[in-house]
Design a protein around this ligand. Structure first.
Ligand code: HSE
Length: 410
């Protein structure tokens, strides 16, 4: 039987994981796609003497680009440069490309998908969202007859680890962030995780998959977890809730709202039990109802496992383009001000008069008080648009100070 030759670009955590799986699971892979899958090149700036791939290291991309034997190129470099020009050139050279790079897919997915279609090859990116969790393929295969009403995910392991620790141990954000960095969970730039940018790119990709239209990730209102404090979790504990960083996109009538924000949720929420570095994605379809996808959203072997499955998908569909992804038509994301939520609000000060004024300011709200706090109280509003909330809050802040505002879904 024929043999498939693969090149890996970027021998970092994920790239080396892909090489490891290709070697270790060679039998399963051969059985699964009917051919041997061999690693021909590894492109990297470094040499890796003594590693299992030392004889296959190349430093010049054109070696891969020009080798007609290489039919599948794996991009695990991360970042946009040179990942973008290398991926584009690989597709233009008629090679299938598999990537784990959400930044690349979020920024250039539309163009790369179009080139793949035109060249009758495939551009697969299962590992770019949710690491090892199958979510991209379920969206374009298993759920393709569904009208997707909502996708809500805990899509970032670092922030989920931080929020879980804050919840379970009462620790401060700063202390847990430091621990996450020491454990090596946080990426080089912790800002991308804690400010919600990573989640934003992932929910942009999922929203584009669900709608079939291009999503500009800059249109997605994005709030991270840096303002969540240990005090918020004291209230959450009393309320029997937790706070999670959600990436959500939701059909509201004809409009699509999409946002990234910390959300206070109750124990009955399907994503409540998604803790530590795990990711979870809830998908609601108009016929399906709710489906949940859960697992390791990051890490070497889980992410590499999704890459290897994409390589096999490319091998099995070597002579045609599998229809997936989105067109160049831009999805209009509705103004976040019209998005409707409840809000958990912490107010500075005490006294019955202030409490009544606060409740009234938000059109009637439930009071939440903690015995351990003697200089503030909280309230839970009813459902209102973000614009209505902002108006109520601005009016109320003429007389008192709001310390915190977290969207609530319970
Ligand atoms: N920084 C990401 C996370 C890695 O923490 O989930 C996977 O994209």
């Amino acid at each position: 039987r024929a043999m498939v030759q693969v090149a890996i670009m970027g021998y970092g955590t994920i790239g080396s994981g892909v090489a490891e799986i290709l070697a270790q699971n060679a039998e399963q892979i051969k059985h699964g796609c009917g051919q041997d899958v061999a690693l021909k090149y590894v492109l990297d700036l470094r040499d890796f003497p003594g590693s299992p791939v030392e004889d296959r290291i190349v430093h010049d991309f054109s070696v891969i680009e020009k080798d007609p034997e290489v039919s599948v190129v794996v991009e695990t470099m991360g970042g946009l440069n040179p990942a973008y020009p290398f991926v584009k050139a690989s597709l233009l050279a008629g090679k299938h490309v598999v990537t784990s790079n959400k930044a690349l897919v979020a920024a250039y997915g539309t163009e790369l998908l179009a080139i793949a279609r035109e060249k009758n090859v495939n551009f697969f990116f299962e590992a770019s969202v949710g690491g090892g969790i199958p979510i991209i393929r379920p969206l374009y295969r298993c759920l393709k007859g569904e009208k997707i009403l909502e996708i809500t995910g805990i899509l970032n392991g670092t922030t989920n680890f931080i929020l879980t620790k804050m919840d379970k141990e009462g620790a401060s954000f700063e202390a847990v962030l430091k621990e996450a960095q020491d454990l090596g969970y946080a990426e080089r730039n912790p800002e991308a995780d804690v400010e919600g940018y990573d989640t934003c790119r992932k929910i942009a990709i999922l929203t584009a998959m669900a709608s079939g239209k291009e999503v500009n990730y800059e249109d997605i209102s994005t709030e991270g977890i840096t303002k969540i404090t240990d005090v918020d979790f004291k209230y959450a504990d009393k309320l029997g809730t937790s706070v999670k960083l959600f990436g959500t996109s939701r059909l509201d009538g004809d409009e699509v709202h999409a946002w990234v924000a910390p959300v206070m949720i109750g124990k009955d929420h399907p994503l409540y039990a998604v803790n530590d570095v795990f990711n979870g994605i809830m998908v609601k379809g108009n016929m399906l109802g709710t489906a949940m996808f859960y697992g390791s959203g990051a890490g070497k072997l889980p992410t590499a496992s999704a890459v290897v499955a994409d390589i096999m998908e490319a091998v099995e569909n070597a002579d045609h383009n599998v229809p997936l992804g989105w067109s160049s038509e831009r999805l209009v994301i509705a103004d976040q001000k019209t998005s409707v939520h409840r809000y958990f609000v912490r107010v500075e000060g005490t006294g019955t008069e202030l409490e009544q004024a606060a409740a009234a300011a938000f059109g009637g709200a439930e009071l939440v008080k903690l015995d351990s706090l003697n200089d503030e109280f909280a309230l839970l509003t009813g459902e209102m648009s973000e614009a209505a909330y902002a108006e109520c809050a601005a009016a109320f802040e003429k007389t008192a100070k709001i310390r915190q505002r977290i969207r609530a879904e319970f």
